[in-house]
Design a protein around this ligand. Structure first.
Ligand code: FCB
Length: 449
């Protein structure tokens, strides 16, 4: 007999998306361009030249999508607000129609008994601000806090859980060090500065929330164990460096008020020397931590691999369509860090899911996504184990509600519980969506099926 895998009472079951990945109509109703609009329209940046111009057309189909969430029995929905819709120039003039869109969405969610979790920054910086240096400009902290205040004033009476920045370390790495994500810079001097400003912006948005808001706020961090490929000291050191840049770059300043020493060594003169009180501004008391968990990385020292001197090593284990190893135990591990090294804050799993290559069009109403079902079951069991070991996890959002625009990888890797036929915009729940609906309805007991 399998043990009953019931989750704590009131566990918040949901699914997540982000604005640029699903909405489409990026310039509709007075919105300004964002950096992802600009990046996707730059030749050579995205697989197959894909853009978010249409995506899942959620900007026009949001009503149906909320009905779909309701049909799946979701209790929560994590979405992001597109800054360029609210402030077309990034600051100054507010575009009321942008705010209206999110207000309608939130009202529809609440009417259906679905708790909104709103992310303020899921990577779509207004292009006008990028023209002023974007996250390299020290004023970005104030720009973000001003934008956040505008959104709180409109929606905090209905949105009770907020996330400031999604994955600051991924933005610094992809956007400013490797150039694979918007704004596409490749500069070892810029990356730590961008990271520092993103973290300061987080702190400023939390401070603004304490003055204006009445509910709960946190940050979404991508946590990914970095395991050394061997017992060799050089591999261990490479794994520590990768861990500092991937995980502790967010965790340490936000929760402990300091940066990992490895980063100062690694970046040398490029590491920002801000005023001493910067770290105090970054470390604001939070109501919860959002944890995005997908995979682990196995790294070995590699002199030729540039700054971080680590190379991912394939393990021969099952992998997603993005080549990410399926490693459920890593979820127990990262939640153990939060419990043991960071004061056991309340946690929401804000993303977790698996990309697969699946047909663009379905012949009927069925898609048996067995690997995703296995992934979901295994990660929820890992989550259950972590909770059993004292981790304070309050909710789980699957990534993603819908197949969507997977950044530089375009539309080929599909993450959805619900299939999207991009030619017709038809939505079809996959077998994993039906499994997830049963898990939600039984508060986890269906995991024993
Ligand atoms: C995360 C992002 C999210 C999605 C998943 C697969 O890093 O937050 O937007 O693309 O990866």
């Amino acid at each position: 007999m399998q043990p009953a895998l019931e989750f704590p009472r009131g566990f918040l079951w949901g699914a997540a998306t982000s604005a640029y990945q699903i909405e489409g109509s990026p310039l509709a109703d007075g919105a300004g361009p964002g950096i992802w609009h600009r990046f996707t329209h730059t030749p050579g940046t995205i697989a197959d030249g894909a853009t978010g111009d249409v995506a899942c057309d959620h900007y026009r189909r949001w009503r149906d999508d909320v009905a779909l969430m309701r049909a799946l029995g979701l209790r929560a929905y994590r979405f992001s607000i597109a800054w360029p819709r609210v402030l077309p120039d990034g600051r100054g003039r507010v575009n009321p129609r942008g705010l209206d869109f999110y207000e309608r969405l939130v009202d529809a969610l609440l009417e259906h008994g679905i708790e909104p979790l709103a992310t303020l920054y899921h990577w779509d910086l207004p292009a006008a601000l990028d023209d002023r240096g974007g996250w390299l400009n020290p004023d970005s902290t104030d720009w973000f806090a001003d934008y956040a205040r505008i959104v709180y004033r409109r929606l905090d009476d209905r949105v009770r859980r907020w996330l400031t920045v999604n994955e600051p370390a991924v933005v610094a790495d992809g956007g400013y060090l490797r150039g694979t994500m918007a704004p596409g810079h490749r500069n070892r001097f810029e990356a730590p500065i961008a990271a520092h400003h993103l973290l300061l912006a987080h702190g400023a948005a939390v401070q603004a929330y304490r003055a204006e808001g009445h509910h709960a706020i946190g940050i979404a961090l991508n946590l990914e164990p970095q395991h050394p490929a061997s017992d060799d000291a050089a591999d261990h050191a490479a794994a520590r460096r990768a861990d500092a840049w991937t995980n502790r770059l967010g965790l340490d300043p936000v929760l402990l008020g300091r940066y990992p020493d490895e980063l100062r060594t690694l970046f040398g003169a490029a590491w920002p020397h801000g005023p001493d009180d910067d770290l105090a501004r970054i470390r604001q008391p939070l109501d919860f931590i959002g944890c995005n968990y997908y995979t682990r990385r196995v790294v070995r020292h590699d002199e030729g691999a540039g700054l971080l001197q680590a190379a991912p090593v394939p393990q021969g284990a099952p992998c997603s369509a993005l080549g990410w190893e399926v490693f459920p135990h890593g979820l127990v591990e990262v939640l153990g860090w939060l419990r043991d090294q960071y004061g056991n804050p309340p946690v929401h799993i804000t993303e977790n899911g698996m990309a697969l290559h699946e047909p663009a069009a379905l012949a009927g109403d069925e898609l048996e996504d067995a690997p995703r079902m296995t992934y979901l079951r295994a990660h929820l069991r890992a989550l259950q184990a972590a909770i059993g070991r004292g981790c304070d996890v309050r909710g789980y959002c699957a990534w993603s509600l819908l197949d969507n625009f997977e950044w530089a990888a375009g539309y080929a890797p599909r993450f959805g519980l619900v299939h999207v036929d991009y030619a017709t915009q038809r939505r079809t729940p996959k077998a994993s969506a039906r499994l997830y609906a049963r898990i939600i309805a039984t508060n986890g007991r269906a995991l024993a099926e």
